[in-house]
Ligand binder design. Structure first.
Ligand SMILES: C[S@@+](CC[C@H](N)C(=O)[O-])C[C@H]1O[C@@H](n2cnc3c(N)ncnc32)[C@H](O)[C@@H]1O
Length: 168
């Protein structure tokens, strides 16, 4: 099954115990209220939503900077950031359609979209390691990539949220 995630509810039949999404997910989406509505619509009453993704603060950092320098907007204005990058993390070679559009979503927008869709936030955490090398300055650890030690506690790299669709 393949679908625009913003149309996921109508793309599949049934309701589910768990909706899981991880890493490289919502930055491609212009509308988080519509995203959250898909999740709420797909979950059974009492079902659980889980997300782990790159932290919006991380996405505002200059990945090519000599230090931790802010370069990109943390707060979105509804306009897409447009990137042209033909290489791919999925392997060697180039992609046929190199243009990507990304939207900045602050952590408050993410949380409020889920609350607005009727979900109950059970837990939120922030982490300092990533499953990909966001910047060439990152070092590789046993459990992923991270900023060099003196900088590691300065900003988050990931967040996780666990939410529940309230029982009817
Ligand atoms: C960075 S990849 C991450 C994939 C996966 N989560 C992982 O960790 O390997 C982002 C994926 O999101 C997909 N994508 C982007 N916008 C989407 C949308 N509106 N609906 C469904 N998939 C989308 C892209 O095609 C791409 O496969």
């Amino acid at each position: 099954m393949e679908s625009d995630v913003l149309e996921a509810r109508q793309a599949v039949a049934g309701e589910f115990d768990v909706v899981y999404t991880s890493i490289g997910t919502i930055t491609w989406l212009p509308d988080l209220d519509r995203w959250a509505a898909q999740i709420a619509g797909l979950l059974k009453a009492g079902g659980t939503f889980y997300i782990r993704d790159g932290h919006p603060v991380l996405y505002s950092v200059d990945e090519q900077g000599d230090g931790l320098t802010l370069r990109y907007p943390y707060f979105g204005d509804g306009e897409a950031q447009i990137w042209d990058e033909s290489s791919t993390y999925a392997g060697d070679g180039v992609v046929a359609h190199p243009r990507t559009l990304e939207w900045a979503h602050p952590i408050s927008e993410i949380v409020n979209a889920l609350i607005g869709a009727g979900l109950t936030i059970l837990r939120m955490d922030e982490g300092t390691t990533l499953p990909w090398r966001f910047s060439a300055r990152m070092v590789e650890l046993d459990d992923g990539f991270a900023w060099p030690e003196p900088e590691r506690a300065l900003i988050p790299c990931t967040y996780t949220i666990i939410a529940r669709n309230p029982a009817a």
